[in-house]
Design a protein around this ligand. Sequence first.
Ligand SMILES: Nc1nc2c(c(=O)[nH]1)N[C@H]1C(S)=C(S)[C@@H](COP(=O)(O)OP(=O)(O)OC[C@H]3O[C@@H](n4cnc5c(=O)[nH]c(N)nc54)[C@H](O)[C@@H]3O)O[C@H]1N2
Ligand SMILES: Nc1nc2c(c(=O)[nH]1)N[C@H]1C(S)=C(S)[C@@H](COP(=O)(O)OP(=O)(O)OC[C@H]3O[C@@H](n4cnc5c(=O)[nH]c(N)nc54)[C@H](O)[C@@H]3O)O[C@H]1N2
Ligand code: SF4
Ligand SMILES: [Mo]
Length: 566
Amino acid sequence: MNSNNTIACPLDCFDACEAVLAEGKIKGNKNHPTTKSKLCVNFANLLKEDFLEDAYINEQKVGLNEALEEFSKKLKELNPLNTLYYKGSGNLGVMQAYPKLFFAQYGSVFTKGSLCEGAGDEGIVQGRGKCVNPPLERLLASDVIIVWGRNYTLTSPHMYSLTKDKIFITVDPVSTPIAKKSELHLQINPKTDYELALLLTRFAYMEHMEDEELFKTSNAKEFLELAKSRTLISYEETTGVALQDITKFFEIIKGKSVSILLGIGVQKYFEGVNITRAIDSFAAFIGLHNKQKGGLWYLGDSAYSYEAKFKVDVEKKVSLPEVDFSKYDLVFIQGANPVVSAPNTKRVIEGLKKSFVVFFGTTYNETCSYADIIIPASNFKSKKDVRLSYGHQYKAISYAVEKKQKNSLSEYEFSLYMSKKFGFKALPKFEETFDYYAKKEFVDESKVEKFNFLEELEVENFYTKKEKNEYYLLFRKRKNNLNSQFKEDNYLYINPDCNFNEGDSVIAKSSFGEASFILKFDEDIKKECIVLFAGNKKANYLTNHQSDEQAFSAMFQEVLIKLDLQ
Ligand SMILES: Nc1nc2c(c(=O)[nH]1)N[C@H]1C(S)=C(S)[C@@H](COP(=O)(O)OP(=O)(O)OC[C@H]3O[C@@H](n4cnc5c(=O)[nH]c(N)nc54)[C@H](O)[C@@H]3O)O[C@H]1N2
Ligand SMILES: Nc1nc2c(c(=O)[nH]1)N[C@H]1C(S)=C(S)[C@@H](COP(=O)(O)OP(=O)(O)OC[C@H]3O[C@@H](n4cnc5c(=O)[nH]c(N)nc54)[C@H](O)[C@@H]3O)O[C@H]1N2
Ligand code: SF4
Ligand SMILES: [Mo]
């Protein structure tokens, strides 16, 4: 892999694939340890993408320099604390962080928290002290894989193909493709995963499957007490999982090495931190951590063992899901599409209308309609970068294999221009930083030194407050789009056992907003749930923009929905 013709897929995805340019064609790199084969449909769409080739001021095409000048002039007039730097995950390359250095020195307000995995990450950190995945080889060496709130075949297709011959168990309210391939599918009620984790812990104890060492040396007993605080039968009722399926679960895993692949589905709720921590505590209880075979994988901190090359000191940070754009004289949006991807769309749009919006991205997305200045970012094939993965330890490297599209500049070039304009201190050298990330060897830092079990939790359950005519709202990723990029699907999916007909036009309402959708039936969805795909243009008119309990994380599913015929 020393040739300079590899290209990292920049998309926000577990796999972090690597392509190669050979004989004028870009193909999956067969020599990359996880990519191996063909790339996915999203990558194919990215290759065909219509990248921005012009800068704009007030919707008028202008030269790139004019746009940068206008932006600099504006920044110089403003109080930095009335400006916001907002970065999304449109490109996950590490070098995308250069603009952070400029905005930190200028003094903008930054965001904290996440629209994605933040609550679950914090839950794992509270138990283990860090959120670092075990090496992939331990997943490959295990016998049974429990896929929990993760759409595994679809959101990490290359990792899946390395493990496709394993025995699977799936925990999901939807009969996903991986649920269909599973020996056992626990079709759980939404937001009851912590109860399932406690129920499994009780059973594990009855089956003498606790990790004896941890049981003696940690607070595992307190976790068991928590699990014992309710009757078995009460768990069956609330989780919707039959006790006989729990028996089957233990029949499958007994004497086997076990992995858990945990997804973001379990944690898009107010108590997402503790829900995740309960699941990781169950994993610790049965001794999954620190084994040569098995473990628990979430969306790990991909840069954990790297030096922080882009560390900044920032005076003020605001919670990402709760950002109120209207509060700022200027907002700078890099690699994001908050008009589609951030919660509470009506509030987002109203906020953007009241602020001066500068968009820095590769494509003309929905957020661009509210931008006063648009600055085209060079596309991924024309800039050097390193892609780390939150799913496994292998990285992908990008060399510039094409010329950048006209009137565009890379994140580094942008930051260099702005830093010079403002007379700021020099940026870290590009080649040195790139080489550091590209060459640093993998160090396994996944060992859990001390496990701190969950001892108490309070969760406000939906099942106690949901009215008969209300639905749980679930989100899933989709094969043909990557969040708001590429080909979206704007339907609302529901189990056919409902009071509507397929094709009906309905108004969906939550306490945060409403939107109209066309209904499609899907038997795979648990009754009383509706499913929207991430990237659905209207989905976030319904969602909650408040932060979760502890991690400044979005809680897209902390909402109940009413449907009315239009
Ligand atoms: N093709 C494709 N791949 C992607 C993406 C994409 O948009 N398209 N997005 C990427 C990104 S940004 C991320 S963060 C990852 C996310 O990867 P995943 O974690 O796999 O994300 P989701 O598809 O949202 O899967 C969540 C699953 O949880 C289930 N679920 C919902 N609520 C609950 C619940 O209360 N309990 C349980 N047990 N399950 C629940 C849903 O039905 C769904 O199957 O995927 C990445 N990969
Ligand atoms: N309702 C609901 N909302 C969700 C989710 C959900 O499941 N349900 N999922 C959430 C999750 S997990 C995530 S991660 C977020 C993602 O939300 P965002 O981070 O906002 O990502 P996208 O919506 O994919 O927008 C990415 C944009 O980045 C730009 N871009 C792409 N490449 C580059 C580049 O190289 N440089 C620059 N400067 N820009 C580039 C493109 O213009 C693209 O439109 O969405 C969240 N929103
Ligand atoms: S599977 Fe993920 S990382 Fe691989 S090419 Fe597709 S989007 Fe990119
Ligand atoms: Mo994400």
